[in-house]
Design a protein around this ligand. Structure first.
Ligand code: NDP
Ligand code: OXD
Length: 310
């Protein structure tokens, strides 16, 4: 009855191990590189595990992803097949994402970047923006996070549209589903928010074609995955004015390399993958609950579908 814990940073691994040991005293919990008997490991708890890191654990019952996304687990080409993957999600993760999306949508809506630039130039320019009901915000992905963000923005008063794979009903939100409805969803959108999982069908979805279907001068908020974005298309669209600003929380390579053009771009705000992070004290309770439930029932509500990719 062992659990192997693997995060890219050793101090974070130790932090999660400590929290989990307090909650699960009947389990042996080790950082992945200190496991004494790989055959005793029945669960791994991971964020971006190294390629092949799961291979020694022949008796894994489930892999717990320390987050909503599972792309970082599936990226391991040597991942054992058919081991269930459990997502770590909950009200805390959703609350934090709602805060992040509301903050950045409102910031673009009220033209705060321009107002701050004007302050630096001692410029008194009373920019008048339309009220929220006249501003269309499009949310890509209407899962736990996207649906909650869409609902909050609708409550603030925005004209909110959302897009998902299967049809959805969300109060105050006009919803679209499927590839065939993508164009209709984008039309008229002025602030586009990406909260999609990274899968084969969503890779590179934030590209020139998508940008060109938005209203001219639209803003982009990507809080999903860096590989949704075609970086050079964003730079070009910012140059042409088709896109007027972007807030990016996620990147192809993280940490964002020091020489990446996004850092210095005057119309891009970079945040270091902090839109919604589960901390160990909160997340360990969810992980412990999910592992116990999986032991009892052989399944949990937060099970991902690896074939679907999310
Ligand atoms: P969910 O799995 O709950 O929801 C995903 C949504 O995306 C669903 O509505 C799904 O449609 C939709 N979707 C998937 N594929 C497609 C497609 N091809 N076309 C249209 N819609 C599609 O995910 P969460 O809301 O929990 O999380 C979303 C993502 O946010 C995560 O995968 C992760 O990458 C990112 N994230 C980022 C964080 C950060 O700090 N930056 C923190 C947490 C998550 P359907 O409902 O029909 O299945
Ligand atoms: C997640 C994330 O997937 O933090 O939960 O990115």
């Amino acid at each position: 009855m062992s659990i192997a814990v693997s995060l890219p940073a050793n101090d974070k691994t130790e932090w999660w191990c400590k929290m989990l040991r307090d909650l699960m005293p009947d389990w042996d919990i080790y950082p992945i590189n200190q496991v004494p008997d790989p055959d005793a490991v029945t669960y791994s708890v991971v964020w971006r595990p190294a390629t092949g890191a799961m291979t020694p654990f022949r008796n894994l019952k489930a892999i717990v992803s320390l987050g909503a996304g599972i792309d970082h687990v599936l990226a391991d080409k040597e991942l054992p097949q058919d081991v269930p993957i459990i997502r770590t999600v909950g009200t805390d993760l959703t609350q934090r994402m709602k805060e992040y999306i509301a903050l950045h949508v409102l910031r673009h809506h009220r033209e705060l970047p321009q107002i701050q630039a004007n302050q630096v130039a001692h410029l008194w320019d009373q920019i008048i923006v339309p009220p929220a009901p006249e501003r269309r915000v499009g949310i890509m992905g209407l899962g736990n996070l996207g649906a909650a963000a869409a609902q909050l923005l609708a409550q603030i008063g925005f004209d909110v549209v959302g897009w998902s794979r299967s049809p959805k009903t969300i109060e105050g939100v006009t919803t679209y589903s499927g590839d065939e409805a993508f164009g209709a969803f984008l039309e008229g959108t002025e602030i586009l928010v990406c909260l999609l999982p990274l899968t084969e069908s969503t890779l590179g979805i934030l590209n020139a074609d998508t940008f060109n279907r938005l209203r001219r001068g639209a803003c982009i908020i990507n809080a999903a995955r860096g590989s949704h974005m075609v970086d050079s298309d964003l730079i070009d669209a910012l140059g042409s004015g088709q896109i007027s600003g972007a807030t990016l929380d996620v990147f192809h390579v993280e940490p964002l390399p020091k020489d990446h053009p996004f850092w210095d771009h005057p119309r891009i705000t970079v945040t270091p993958h902090v839109a919604s992070m589960i901390d160990a004290p909160t997340g360990s309770k969810i992980v412990a609950k999910n592992i116990r439930a999986f032991e009892d029932a052989g399944t949990v509500a937060d099970l991902a579908d690896a074939k679907r990719g999310y």
